[in-house]
Design a protein around this ligand. Structure first.
Ligand code: C2E
Ligand code: CA
Ligand code: CA
Ligand code: CA
Length: 276
């Protein structure tokens, strides 16, 4: 209708139409990506104060046949709008655990694996069952699994029963992007978590602004009193590393520590004799 129209409205609706077509195509392709084995996980190391790799975060990638390698920001928001996110989440969970179980061949005290969980996976109501199945089929010890959830998820009362049950299995619960949500502290009282991941923006600011540094120091001190481990995200430079360690942060993640790498690269890292 009106492709050749002179009114802006026609052009606008044509653009909108194209956008919609693109979206539908991407959604269809993403559905196929699952069965065509186009998805891949990368692993980013998380180290302790001694520089030992204690954990690795699984990060989703899509090797698109025409568009190349896509990051999660390029397709997860779309997946979140449909049931697709559930299939993707299930794939990630099974894949991440299957890979993590092989790390025991690389060293006697293998790192944990951290898996991102979207709000919709929790809402779907079968996260506990999915996690249990993935643990069973992989043989990974529950203590070696960390589930990363954002603050908004943690605040919902309905989520708490599921998360409590998962914790009883021995799984660790981490709050992702800590500090970016609306009421960061209230739910720490309501729900016991194991790990806080301080958002990259705070890590950057703490090295340049003394007020930010004071806030981060207070968060870390409080977390440690509550028995919660603190991970600093986005450690991009030696300076970030020095400052965050000085502030009492006991776990670091970021490009300076190590970029996300393929499962093979991460395994090689663990096998290296002077591995950290
Ligand atoms: P996130 O959970 O906050 O993950 C950390 C993101 O920061 C990753 O981006 C990682 O590559 C990037 N990063 C790590 N170190 C640095 C650094 O030093 N500097 C900078 N600038 N960035 C750093 P990525 O892989 O693009 O993932 C983006 C987001 O997509 C993740 O943010 C997470 O929310 C989501 N995501 C990734 N994989 C999954 C998944 O399997 N399931 C779900 N539900 N979400 C996922
Ligand atoms: Ca995360
Ligand atoms: Ca994060
Ligand atoms: Ca983030």
């Amino acid at each position: 209708a009106g492709q050749r129209g002179i009114s802006g409205i026609d052009f606008y609706s044509t653009d909108l139409n194209r956008l919609l077509q693109e979206r539908l195509a991407l959604e269809r392709e993403l559905r196929h990506a699952l069965v065509r084995d186009e998805l891949e996980l990368e692993f980013q190391p998380i180290v302790d104060a001694q520089g030992q790799v204690v954990s690795a975060e699984a990060l989703l990638r899509w090797n698109h046949p025409r568009r190349g390698r896509l990051g999660p920001d390029q397709f997860l928001p779309l997946a979140e709008q449909s049931e697709l996110i559930l299939s993707l989440g299930q794939w990630v969970l099974h894949k991440a655990l299957a890979v993590a179980v092989t790390w025991a061949e690389c060293r006697p005290d293998p790192p944990s694996v951290a898996v991102n969980v979207s709000a919709r996976q929790l809402d779907a109501g079968n996260l506990y069952g999915e996690v249990q199945r993935a643990l069973q089929s992989s043989g990974l010890l529950p203590a070696r699994l960390e589930l990363e959830l954002t603050e908004s998820v943690m605040q919902r009362a309905e989520s708490r029963a599921t998360l409590s049950a998962l914790r009883e299995l021995g799984i660790c619960i981490a709050i992702d992007d800590f500090g970016t949500g609306f009421s960061s502290l209230s739910y720490l009282k309501a729900f016991p978590v194991d790990i806080i991941k301080i958002d990259r923006s705070f890590v950057t600011d703490a090295t340049t602004d003394s007020r930010d540094a004071v806030i981060v120091r207070a968060i870390i001190a409080m977390a440690h009193i509550l028995g919660i481990d603190v991970v600093a995200e986005g450690v991009e430079s030696p300076r970030h590393q020095t400052v965050l360690r000085k502030l009492g942060c006991n776990r670091l993640q970021g490009y300076h520590v190590g970029r996300p790498e393929t499962a093979e690269q991460f395994q090689a890292r663990l096998r290296a004799p002077d591995a950290t």
